[in-house]
Write a protein of this length. Structure first.
Length: 323
């Protein structure tokens, strides 16, 4: 697949919105409402109630600790940074972000390395997404990693809260992030969200101006409702795409947030163009590009690493084999 057609595929549904173009923007299948009566695989009943009420859930120990460490070590290596040498932490970004609020948030432009696929095809990670979707036929997003460094002295940066999809469209989608380092210190950056706004969006919007930004809510009056989610290395956080969310600044001084973005949504096996795009992305280690996924200008994925080996589950999660 040539560069033009690749870009065309990546941008077709994502010209103006930040969502990941490795899957569709929204599913025709609705999120699980438990009406089919299937038992939960990973979530407890208390987890399920929390998920429904708050729009997010943390799955503890989704991947083993040795896999956490191996992935984190690789991300440091790929980004040419040393976890024990703070002088290496603050190189300028290699690629420009069209999505300006992501500038300086530590996005690492790696998408198809073996370590990332090892985590995507972990059965517990898959089973958690089966629980929230209520179907086994899923595709995993082809997404990147994150190294969120402490802000340097004198640098001021606010966190942000946004939606990747206009909530007016009621997208049927979820997103996820896997912690590859402990994020138990509220000051060290990491995921934040507003469950209150997730629950009260329809009444809240009536108080907002008509020309409001549909992707970035005004936080006036919501400051005390922002939840800073704590995670331990190996935990997986899944959140509904209707959840306003973002990354908070790392004010810890010496701790680094390390994470991998992982999500799944119902497979679109009849969408042959998208299926082939996904296979091509995996096989040739190509970034999604599009609105907010610029890729690595060094081309390290293509030149330094092999195509990731997939398990039978991974082959289906990619779309290489059909469910």
């Amino acid at each position: 697949m040539g560069k033009e057609s690749k870009l065309e595929m990546a941008n077709k549904a994502h010209e103006e919105i930040p969502g990941n173009p490795s899957t569709a923007t929204s599913s025709k299948i609705r999120l699980n409402d438990r009406s089919k009566g299937q038992p939960l695989r990973v979530l407890s009943e208390a987890d399920w109630d929390f998920w429904v009420h708050n729009g997010y859930i943390v799955i503890k120990n989704a991947i083993p600790k040795e896999q956490v460490q191996a992935t984190a070590d690789f991300i440091w290596e790929f980004d040419e940074k040393n976890p024990n040498d703070t002088k290496t932490w603050y190189a300028p970004p290699r690629a420009e972000m069209k999505m300006k609020e992501l500038t300086g948030t530590g996005m690492v432009e790696v998408y198809n390395h073996q370590h990332l696929w090892n985590n995507r095809q972990m059965p517990k990670v898959y089973d958690a997404f089966v629980d929230v979707w209520g179907t086994e036929k899923l595709w995993v997003t082809i997404d990147r990693a994150n190294l969120n460094f402490p802000l340097q002295e004198g640098v001021k940066k606010k966190g942000f809260i946004h939606w990747d999809y206009d909530p007016e469209t009621k997208p049927q989608n979820v997103q996820g992030v896997l912690a590859l380092a402990d994020q138990t210190d509220e000051n060290m950056g990491g995921f934040q969200c507003i469950p209150w706004l997730y629950r009260n969006y329809d009444t809240w919007k009536l108080t907002q101006p008509e020309d409001r930004d549909h992707f970035q809510p005004s936080l006036e009056g919501l400051e005390d409702k922002i939840v800073k989610v704590k995670m331990e290395a190996g935990d997986l956080l899944i959140f509904n795409s209707l959840e306003p969310h973002g990354i908070r600044p790392n004010l810890s001084g010496n701790k680094v947030r390390v994470a991998q973005y992982i999500s799944m949504m119902p497979a679109e096996e009849d969408n042959e163009a998208l299926r082939q795009w996904r296979i091509n992305s995996w096989k040739h280690r190509i970034a999604p590009e599009g609105y907010a996924f610029p890729g690595d200008p060094r081309n390290w994925e293509q030149e330094k690493y092999e195509t990731a080996k997939l398990s039978p589950l991974g082959e289906k999660l990619l779309g290489l084999k059909k469910w």
